[in-house]
Design a protein around this ligand. Structure first.
Ligand code: NAP
Length: 495
């Protein structure tokens, strides 16, 4: 049994799950706070998390790059307003090296289970290979979108062509001149469909529901602009904050059904009308729910790609996957050499399949039977010394998730320091505090677009919004800037 050691005088040992945006941020800030006793467990062979795994053609972020990066590590060299996957991954890799995080990472190591040993006041972790590891504090940085959702489509196993999920793109599969059927038309699909359409013989998009799409307005930064950002970091920072407030104001469109919601929806309708002259196609692409209920898609190339003669949007439901294509409910067979499942992620089950057990052997999946919840998306009552990054109700529909992650890291690091300072065995958020926080969040969410009548990955099958934050991000920053330790049960370490 490999146990990370701890003496009463030393810093708490911290196990961080994942070396993506959250895990790296946590590690860097722990280091800056003087805590070096941490290990990141990463199932892949490289850092980057979602930006390592999602390598489909056209993968990019639709938050402006100068704001989609750590506040403490600005990058004057972003090539575009919205950077691509490779550039973001390289940024993360570079940052991990710069802050000395790489030696702390155990690559190719996946944690299968974690249980809190009440007697020792420590987490006992088990890897998928059966190795046991102990740590005082557990931090999850596994994200909300890391497990692909492969739908149980009838006949899927009988398909004789190549098939893969968008988050596991098969670059060995040559798509040139092929008939490709794409299931889904979410944020991933709309980025790769224009690339596919340029090489494939025929692309058929099987759309279950339409999405609101708004233009992206991407542009490249000239060498001169990059020099400017390098030379005047204060102005580059101002530019970053310009993006922040520009995005932050968009929450007003999701907060209710007032002027801003109507304004946003009108803008998206006008964009659809201007981009798609064919009224029949436009009808298919017009959503039947309020803007923002599902994630708004931001793209310049998707609508134009639908105008190509080799691209078709099919809205009849899938009836059966056959050996050589997909049959829809109208009886038509859509021939397919390749089937791409752009069907999203198992977003509402959060940390699953990791088995997490807290005080008294309480299982996290049981605590979350009615839908995941936490205090500030960070801590769960009965699961001491456990901090989630990008946990329940911290996703956004309008701003950069890195902003939220930095708030969470700041909060969690202060908790780790509190544990160290007072020699605590554990800190456990009070259940009344967590319950009242979640009642407030759900009350606020009920007014937002996310709770409106549509199915989305933001909510459970029963309709509870478990993924999204209910307000402006500035409100989240305010609430997380300093932990209120009176809201925790603090248990001293037995000497
Ligand atoms: P997604 O938004 O969940 O989209 C999944 C798509 O598959 C939807 O069109 C869905 O239809 C369809 N689908 C799922 N199951 C189906 C079934 N059984 N039959 C037919 N259609 C089915 O997934 P995603 O596109 O991978 O994006 C997930 C999230 O990742 C995004 O919302 C975003 O937060 C993030 N992301 C961001 C970027 C970016 O920054 N640009 C890019 C990619 C992803 P319904 O709508 O009817 O459910």
């Amino acid at each position: 049994m490999a146990v990370t050691g701890r003496t009463p005088q030393s810093s708490p040992t911290v196990a961080i799950l994942g070396a993506g945006v959250s895990g790296l941020c946590m590690a860097i800030q722990l280091k800056k706070a003087g805590i070096d006793s941490f290990t990141l467990f990463e199932k892949s062979e490289k850092v980057g998390g979602t930006w390592y795994e999602n390598v489909y053609p056209g993968a990019a972020c639709d938050v402006p790059s100068h704001f989609y990066c750590y506040s403490f590590e600005p990058n004057p060299d972003w090539s575009h307003k919205f950077s691509g996957q490779a550039e973001i991954r390289e940024y993360l890799e570079r940052t991990a090296h710069k802050y000395g995080i790489v030696p702390h990472i155990r690559f190719g190591t996946e944690i299968a289970a974690a249980s809190f040993d009440e007697h020792a006041g420590r987490w006992r972790l088990r890897t998928t290979r059966g190795e046991e590891i102990a740590a005082d504090v557990l931090v999850s940085g596994t994200g909300q979108l890391n497990r692909p959702l492969v739908p149980d489509l009838p006949g899927l196993a009988e398909f004789e062509g190549r098939q893969f999920h968008s988050a596991r793109w098969d670059h060995g599969c040559d798509l040139a001149g092929k008939n490709v059927v794409v299931v889904g038309n979410g944020a991933s699909a709309i980025q790769f469909i224009p690339k596919l359409a340029a090489v494939a013989k025929q692309v058929t998009i099987l759309q279950r529901s339409a999405n609101w799409v708004v233009p992206r307005g991407d542009y490249a930064y000239s060498e001169r602009a990059k020099r400017f950002f390098r030379r005047f970091p204060a102005l580059a920072r101002l530019y970053r904050w310009y993006f922040y407030w520009q995005l932050e104001k968009n929450f007003m469109a999701f907060a209710g059904e007032g002027f801003w919601a109507r304004f946003f929806q009108k803008g998206a309708s006008l964009y659809l009308r201007a981009s798609i002259p064919d009224p029949e196609l436009r009808r298919k692409l017009t959503p039947d729910y309020r803007v923002g209920c599902k994630r708004i898609l931001i793209d310049d190339d998707f609508y134009p790609s639908l105008m190509r003669p080799n691209v078709a949007v099919e809205t009849h439901p899938i009836q059966q996957i056959e050996r050589d294509g997909v049959r829809t409910a109208d009886g038509e067979l859509h021939p397919a050499d390749v089937l791409v499942l752009a069907t999203g992620f198992q977003a509402t089950s959060f940390l699953a399949p990791i088995q997490i057990e807290g005080l008294g052997g309480k299982k996290l999946e049981h605590a979350w039977q009615g839908g995941a919840e936490a205090h500030l998306g960070l801590t769960v009552a009965g699961f001491p010394n456990f901090f989630m990054m990008y946990g329940p109700n911290t996703n956004l529909g309008h701003n950069s998730i890195i902003f939220m992650i930095e708030c969470q890291v700041r909060y969690a690091v202060q908790c780790v320091l509190e544990i160290a300072r007072h020699g605590l065995a554990w800190l456990d958020v009070r259940s009344d505090v967590m319950a009242s926080f979640n009642a407030d969040v759900q009350r606020e969410l009920a007014r937002t677009a996310w709770a409106a009548g549509c199915k989305s990955w933001y909510k459970t099958a029963a309709g509870k919004v478990t993924n999204n934050w209910s307000s402006f991000t500035v409100a989240y920053w305010w609430r997380t800037r300093r932990p209120d330790f009176s809201k925790f049960n603090a248990v001293p370490r037995r000497s």
